[in-house]
Write a protein that binds this ligand. Structure first.
Ligand code: AMP
Length: 269
């Protein structure tokens, strides 16, 4: 609060901890663009539809705090579940088509929980800017909808996906993978690159879908969804004239659910 009163510009990075370079890239961007950087660590129970996923979510608080200190983060907010949810709310967030496809379809209630906790965190931290990763692109679109709809005076920044050498998007959940699992998970990035390449060769969307599903089948990796969406309007069917497309995948490796995506922007030259 004192920072706000002193007109300090505050950047905010909400996380669920088990930090990696992807999280740190958000901290570094915030540090560059703001006078103060606040990071929150809170494994939000209301966004987990699967209790086992919640219980197995990796926690490494000491390491996280050390990483944040080294990165020069000014303040770390680590609330308890009791502090964030002192009482039950009847409030329910609905996001229409945006909230009911992909993550919304396979994780019922997930985006309600995300919106609830992010709005609470925004109201507690009062940031000028908030940083999110493109890694959770649908989540970014949901939060953007929330901010736009409620006239929240917060500038959102969507930052690039930080990847391992084999293309695997960094994720706290990767800690649950074996070395072989991590190698195998490179298939997700390969599928995204393949889709991009096929799209640039004017291959139809349904053929791209078939090729990607085949790639996963051949490698015996379970895919939950592969979807190409119009980033401006998720309910609109896409074609080769859509100005920006997100190619999104959710897949299971060694029982761990992983998501990834890439953006395709129409070159108008
Ligand atoms: P999480 O702790 O998984 O809730 O993530 C906190 C923030 O970090 C979210 O905005 C994520 O999109 C972002 N993030 C997670 N992984 C990456 C990554 N590999 N690259 C960039 N941002 C990421």
């Amino acid at each position: 609060m004192a920072w706000r009163q002193a007109n300090q510009v505050i950047g905010f990075v909400p996380t669920m901890g088990a930090l990696h370079q992807g999280h740190l890239s958000l901290i570094f961007s915030s540090k560059k663009e703001n006078q103060k950087t606040v990071c929150s660590i809170f494994v939000n129970p209301t966004q987990f539809n699967n209790p086992e996923d919640f219980e197995k979510y990796p926690v490494s608080m000491e390491e996280d705090l050390h990483m944040l200190e080294k990165a020069g983060c000014d303040l770390v907010f680590v609330p308890s579940a009791q502090e964030m949810y002192p009482n039950l709310t009847q409030l329910r967030f609905q996001f229409g088509a945006l909230g009911s496809t992909m993550e919304g379809a396979f994780r019922p209630g997930h985006f309600h929980g995300v919106a609830l906790v992010v709005l609470k965190l925004f109201n507690l931290v009062l940031p000028n800017r908030a940083y999110f990763g493109q890694k959770d692109f649908q989540q970014y679109l949901i939060i953007k909808h929330l901010v736009d709809s409620l006239f929240l005076n917060i500038e959102l920044r969507c930052m690039p996906i930080i990847r391992e050498e084999n293309g695997l998007a960094m994720s706290s959940r990767n800690r649950r993978l074996s070395k072989e699992g991590k190698d195998k998970a490179g298939i997700i990035y390969q599928a995204l690159e393949l889709s991009k390449e096929l799209f640039s060769k004017n291959i139809s969307i349904s053929e791209i879908q078939t090729e990607v599903l085949n790639l996963f089948k051949l490698n015996e990796v379970e895919i939950e969804y592969f979807q190409m969406i119009d980033t401006q309007d998720i309910s609109k069917p896409i074609d080769h004239h859509t100005s920006e497309i997100a190619i999104c995948i959710a897949a299971y490796i060694e029982g761990v659910r992983l998501i990834d995506n890439t953006l395709l922007t129409l070159n108008r030259n």
